[in-house]
Design a protein around this ligand. Sequence first.
Ligand code: PMM
Length: 265
Amino acid sequence: MGVVNVTPGSFSDGGRWFDAGAAVKHGLDLVAEGADLVDVGGESTRPGAPRVDEAEELRRVVPVVRDLAAEGVRVSVDTMRAAVAARAVDAGAVLVNDVSGGLADPAMVPAVAACGVPFVVMHWRGFSEGMNRRAAYGDVIAEVVAELRARIEAVVADGIPPERLVVDPGLGFAKRAEHDLALVAQLAEVCALGRPVLVAGSRKRFLGHVLADPDGTPPPAHGRDAVTAALSALAAHQGAWAVRVHDVRATADAVRVALAVASAR
Ligand code: PMM
């Protein structure tokens, strides 16, 4: 899954694809590099980010989804808003990726149920403003798995059939580096929920934390693509269904090698 952030300030590729034409071109480039899905989002979720209003999010996302879908690209829409999800599906999106797992907007789950597309349920403990305060766990694996299981049950009760759900441990969302690393190490526990698993660690803080200089300075987001490809291989090897990344080429190669190794076992 390649990422197209149509935002002025994503932490990892801030502002580069804010123009709709540039965003569409970038999505097509990601497909040429091996992406099976292109995830289009109009709201930054970096820690501390303020929310974007709905009209602005629609303005950013819908034309890009429409133009990519018209080119035959399989598009997912990264949104916490039911109205944006519904309009994006009308414009051709084939999957709704909600980092709040349906918690941010009570209309989201019924809207996705009515659209009939798959839905990504990510582990989420609240909006980006203040999420670092919620990074408190006794046993991060057990708590994330239990919270995801509860969300799956709630979403199914609200009308989306279980076979349409994808789960995501939400790396970097209300998590410190040690939590993210533990979740990758024990991805099998998330896979054991019985749904396809999406892993989105691309360029995130925990990778910068591991690679930081002795004085604690992390490499810039763009300096984290090689390690993102390594992380993608680790996730694929453990059974992830998809990995969401900014730099598709390196990850597509890494995943192919990981799958070749897995099938040679
Ligand atoms: N992370 C970001 C955005 N969307 N979607 C899913 N399913 N999982 C994630 O972990 C996730 C996401 C934030 O990263 P970005 O600013 O680099 O897009």
